[in-house]
Ligand binder design. Structure first.
Ligand code: FRU
Length: 483
């Protein structure tokens, strides 16, 4: 281990220690989501199952609640309920990653864990360089950097990053998020036979690519996989203009589906669909596990979207990861559902069936709490049905449109909204609340809203309102935290 690496690990450990009390006393700390021990967390990285263990790495800035020279933090779990916070896997300790061990992915090959990531380098004038790098581990805990495996090809700016690697037909492929010299966002492909030597194949999709119009100046964090017979390309494009109910956040995350021709190479794809309609969701990454499940974890944050206005900043930390979700393809769209294992966190169920509310607002006995799961099945809905959470956020349904609102994070006199038209009438709302997070799965995973919420810390009330008559059942579980 290099001296610089030792030194950075030591400094980060001191930072954790120094702010431990402050961070842990924050009322907005979470009980069942992955968070940084101090500082800033962003993208999930290197999500992979190796043997009986799932590894979830994350972009980590230990020294600040802003962005900067990122580390890879590291959690492991066997069951998505009990987690171990391992020591940081990678630090920005080398010439090729000195300004950040940026996002990337993991693949198991010849019984070793291979991490691919982007080495971010800035010179004294702030000019950026980018290197795709490899680090290898035999035990899943200690990583040895192997250095640079792919350089920037001609025709692209240094915004060229976030390698996602997979194998197909006995070869390896790497998709990278890129910006062409004419400032269009692209997803480009590399191929390798041994994970060490990589050949650049070219763009497979992008803004002004394959007959598509202009679609963003940069594509971050691509992920490419087959889901129930369809090829899916997930990307986080930057530079889309808000369009009606769509693209309301500063940057988006979503997917194209179609067929990837590995020989051309070229992804013949349809239109872009956002994965999540909430205020905080970005840079998701998936893996497939030994049960064949495609599992997604996202970052519950958006770059450059009032990040310093999150009140946790006062207590020296910011952001978290989403719950893991299983993806399936229903022939038309991706369906996202909370991973089965999360049921293990449930305490006894509290069930109220056939509740009717007519032109009224009601609390329901026992339906309240800070770390809970709610499942609401609707039989009939009136003109408008809404759920008010902790006197802070509100989820409402009217005329086929689902709307989530909360106070504006920067200007509290304003309310902000995120909305979408549902594909079919509202039947089901499945919600996870964890102190300052909210994840809402609508109609069994057809739509998801993921957001941070910052209610008064002691506020636990949930109110149900109906204009006209709404009849529903509600189940609630208190959720045990991670141990
Ligand atoms: C996305 C991103 C990636 C980059 C990483 C740096 O949020 O900007 O493109 O690798 O974060 O932390």
């Amino acid at each position: 281990m290099s001296e610089r690496n030792q030194e950075l690990l030591q400094l980060a450990a001191e930072e954790v220690e120094q702010h431990k009390e402050t961070v842990e006393a924050d009322p907005y700390r979470l009980s069942y989501h992955l968070m940084p021990p101090v500082g800033l967390l962003n993208d999930p990285n290197g999500f992979v199952q190796w043997g009986d263990t799932y590894h979830i790495f994350y972009q980590w800035m230990p020294f600040d609640t802003g962005h900067g020279a990122k580390f890879w933090g590291h959690y492991t779990t066997k069951d998505f309920v009990h987690y171990t916070h391992e020591k940081p896997a990678l630090t920005p300790s080398d010439w090729f990653d000195k300004n950040g061990v940026y996002s990337g992915s993991a693949i198991v090959h010849e019984d070793k864990l291979h991490l691919f990531y982007t080495g971010n380098v800035k010179d004294e004038n702030g000019n950026r360089e980018t290197y795709q790098c490899l680090a290898v581990s035999e035990d899943g805990i200690h990583f040895e950097k192997k250095g640079v495996v792919a350089e920037l090809p001609d025709g692209y700016t240094a915004h060229f990053r976030d390698p996602k690697v997979w194998s197909h037909d006995d070869r390896f492929y790497m998709v990278i998020g890129a910006q062409s010299e004419d400032e269009q966002g692209k997803a480009v492909l590399f191929r390798s036979d041994d994970l060490l030597e990589w050949t650049f194949l070219g763009p497979i999709a992008g803004s002004k690519e394959n007959g598509m119009g202009s679609f963003g100046y940069m594509w971050e964090c691509p992920d490419l996989f087959e889901l129930d017979g369809t090829d899916v390309l997930i990307v986080s494009p930057q530079g889309l203009e808000a369009d009606g109910m769509k693209y309301a956040n500063v940057y988006q995350s979503g997917y194209f589906t179609g067929q990837l021709d590995y020989d051309k190479p070229y992804l013949d794809h349809g239109t872009f669909t956002e994965l999540d309609l909430g205020f905080e969701f970005y840079a998701p990454q998936t893996t497939v596990d030994d049960k064949g499940r495609r599992i997604l974890i996202g970052w519950m944050g958006v770059p450059d979207q009032y990040e310093q206005a999150h009140p946790t900043v006062e207590n020296e930390w910011i952001h978290c990861l989403t719950l893991p979700r299983q993806l399936t393809w229903d022939g038309e769209q991706i369906i996202q559902q909370p991973l089965e294992e999360l049921k293990e966190m449930r305490g006894p169920v509290l069930l109220h069936s056939s509740i009717t509310i007519e032109n009224d607002q009601k609390a329901i006995r026992g339906i309240q709490g800070k770390a809970i799961e709610l499942n609401i099945d609707l039989e009939t809905t009136g003109e408008q049905f809404s759920i008010e959470l902790f006197q802070y956020a509100s989820l409402s349904y009217k005329d086929g449109v689902m709307t989530l609102s909360r106070p504006h994070l920067e200007d509290k006199s304003k309310t902000e909204f995120r909305r979408t038209e549902l594909r079919s009438e509202l039947k089901n709302i499945h919600m996870f609340l964890d102190h300052s997070t909210l994840e809402i799965f609508v109609n069994n995973g057809e739509e998801v809203f993921t957001s941070r919420i910052y209610p008064q810390p002691e506020e636990e009330h949930i109110l149900f309102t109906s204009l006209g008559s709404t009849t529903f059942s509600v189940e609630q579980w208190k959720l045990s935290g991670f141990e």
